[in-house]
Design a protein around this ligand. Sequence first.
Ligand SMILES: NC(=O)c1ccc[n+]([C@@H]2O[C@H](COP(=O)([O-])OP(=O)(O)OC[C@H]3O[C@@H](n4cnc5c(N)ncnc54)[C@H](O)[C@@H]3O)[C@@H](O)[C@H]2O)c1
Length: 201
Amino acid sequence: MDILENISGNGFVLQADLADIDQVESMVREIKDTAGRVDVLVNNAGICINNSINGMKIEEFDVQRSILRGVWFLTKRILRLFMLRRAAGRIINISSVVGHTGNADQIPYTMEKAALDAMTKSLAKELAGRNILVNSVAPGFIHTDMTSVLPDEVQQDIVEKIPLGRIGRPEEVAEVVAFLAVRGSYINGSVIHVNGGMYGG
Ligand SMILES: NC(=O)c1ccc[n+]([C@@H]2O[C@H](COP(=O)([O-])OP(=O)(O)OC[C@H]3O[C@@H](n4cnc5c(N)ncnc54)[C@H](O)[C@@H]3O)[C@@H](O)[C@H]2O)c1
């Protein structure tokens, strides 16, 4: 696993299926036992199921919905580990431009991402008094496993809608996340768009 090869110092890797609340619960317990506290939570996990409203099955809708429920539950549990410290903490939710613009054949995905940004705004208000800042980073079209499966002609159509004329690189999103994780001390409840000019919020 790449992530293991790149970890140094006291880093460690744990896995959980966000759809499985028991797995999330035991992962948080292990984090508490191993690290004791949390400074930054990045809710990055996601899937994107593509289908028209007529083609989409209830089961597929529920799989998409389970991500949002899992993010909410993980955040709720991790918060206890934030609360152990007096200093500021950071929560960064990875949403998407399509939660703002909409996208054909992605109703559950766009609903989930719009809801994630709503969670960001509400939680930011809820936690500001505890000095925990909550923001979203909303990527546009980024070259990852999620998008590389799309046929070339679909990718080309998307590129034509991007003013910068190219697909984004994962590190162009990661650097914004890194900024919010350690800087940006007066940014709270915001959605930062990283999309090459497709949409400005
Ligand atoms: N790639 C893009 O163009 C793009 C655009 C906008 C938003 N995003 C968002 O960025 C985030 C990262 O996506 P990516 O493009 O790197 O895709 P990716 O498919 O490469 O990575 C998604 C990761 O989420 C994990 N995951 C999926 N379901 C999970 C579950 N139930 N429990 C735990 N982990 C689960 C997968 O194992 C995978 O490691 C996602 O939230 C995605 O919606 C991506």
